[in-house]
Design a protein around this ligand. Structure first.
Ligand SMILES: NC(=O)c1ccc[n+]([C@@H]2O[C@H](COP(=O)([O-])OP(=O)(O)OC[C@H]3O[C@@H](n4cnc5c(N)ncnc54)[C@H](O)[C@@H]3O)[C@@H](O)[C@H]2O)c1
Length: 357
């Protein structure tokens, strides 16, 4: 039996979920809801006539046949929508962050943990084949004891003022994924940190942050995240890697958004794995969720609201630290305007919002 679902928010992410849910055959998409007429028009063109396209979120929330909701709007409406879903006994597949403040996130965690519904959030790196493979290699003892986690993600992506204002600066909006995955590898809580940021183009908030520190179990980390990587270069590029150093061996990965490459240098084996990158892994998340709803047993691959709240909380704390450590200011707002203008006309670029109709 297909699961009757309502997609709420049909922007960049909502459209990606729609595509995956359609393809899987596990979901019956009964509603698509978006407050913007242009997005509803797009939904009308894409979806079969059996899908109702609505503006008012209360229509799907109040419809008793709806079993699950996909909450893909921006963070400012997430808490309210999660509360409505819990009240109306709908399972929840939510985007991150799960609220637009740390207090809101804690409240949502408490609510969901006592509710009679299943909830999950898209911490997509946890379901990436390359992180699963690297963690397995570590579990097998191939690198000895994990000692150092180094993660870097720099792209010419979303710039300030382009959208996602409720999600916070780049280090929170995107960086919370890396804060999460570092903790997932360390299997411990953050203990100490020092963060350095740069107010690129003289924007009020840092759009590049590097944070290093330790976990309670002694593992050291450094995380570098920035959407400041050559936005005006003729041909754009990016630099993304995860580098895990053990007492005996190392394992690392990099990707070009099409293919991910994992180098395993263990005590018994040296292997290079190369597979399609897998994007946001929404196929996996949607499948684990559908399976869990059908069976009534939560799949262990499904990230918890608590994981998201924890990653968000530390991303905010690391950012707060960056504001206190000099925070130099480089470049001017005119350059930022030039970047925004260029991104407005890009058809295919890093992290573009709201695909053109
Ligand atoms: N997990 C990830 O890797 C990842 C990646 C990108 C974005 N995100 C998250 O996904 C969320 C959506 O991001 P996006 O890039 O798709 O943004 P977007 O701006 O492209 O889409 C948001 C959509 O929600 C609609 N909307 C806003 N309020 C609404 C409401 N009350 N009811 C119905 N529709 C409403 C907007 O009209 C818009 O079409 C963000 O919170 C972001 O943090 C997560």
């Amino acid at each position: 039996m297909k699961i009757k679902v309502a997609i709420i928010g049909f922007g960049r992410m909502g459209q990606m979920y729609w595509e995956e849910m359609q393809k899987s055959g596990e979901w019956d998409i009964v509603y698509i809801c978006d407050t913007q007429p242009a997005m509803r028009e797009k939904a009308q063109k894409l979806a079969p006539p059996s899908t109702r396209i609505v503006e008012d979120e209360d229509i799907p929330f109040n419809d008793p046949q709806i079993e699950a909701v996909g909450l893909f709007t921006l963070a400012d409406s997430r808490k309210r929508q999660i509360e409505k879903a819990v009240r109306n006994h709908k399972h929840i597949l939510a985007e991150k962050p799960i609220a637009d403040s740390m207090e809101g996130e804690q409240a949502v965690v408490a609510l969901a943990e006592q509710a009679d519904i299943l909830s999950t959030v898209n911490l997509y790196l946890r379901n990436a084949w390359y992180h699963q493979a690297m963690k397995q290699f570590i579990r097998e003892g191939e690198i000895g004891e994990l000692a150092i986690i180094r993660i870097c993600h720099m792209t010419p992506g979303l710039v300030p003022g382009e959208g996602h204002e409720y999600e916070g600066p780049a280090f929170h909006d995107c960086g919370m994924h890396y804060v999460d995955i570092a903790r997932w590898y360390a299997e411990s809580s953050y203990k100490t940190w020092h963060a350095q940021g740069v107010r690129m183009w003289s924007y009020k908030d840092p759009w590049w942050v590097q944070c290093h520190g330790t976990f309670e179990n002694g593992v050291a980390f450094d995380i570098t995240q920035g959407f400041v990587y050559g936005q005006l270069s003729k041909d754009q590029t990016h630099n993304s890697y995860t580098d895990l150093i053990g007492t005996k061996g190392i394992v690392r990965m990099t990707h070009d958004f099409k293919t991910a490459t994992v180098d395993l240098h263990g005590i018994h084996q040296t292997t290079r794995l190369q597979e399609p990158f897998g994007g946001k892994n929404l196929d996996k998340l949607c499948h684990y969720m559908a399976q869990s709803i059908r069976s009534g047993v939560r799949d262990e691959h499904l990230p918890l609201f608590r994981d998201s709240a924890e990653a968000s909380r530390y991303a905010w704390m690391f950012l707060k630290d960056a504001y206190q450590n000099d925070l130099p200011c480089i470049g001017d707002l005119q350059t930022l305007e030039e970047i925004k203008e260029r991104r407005k006309h890009l058809k295919n670029g890093y992290g573009l919002l709201r695909p053109a109709l």
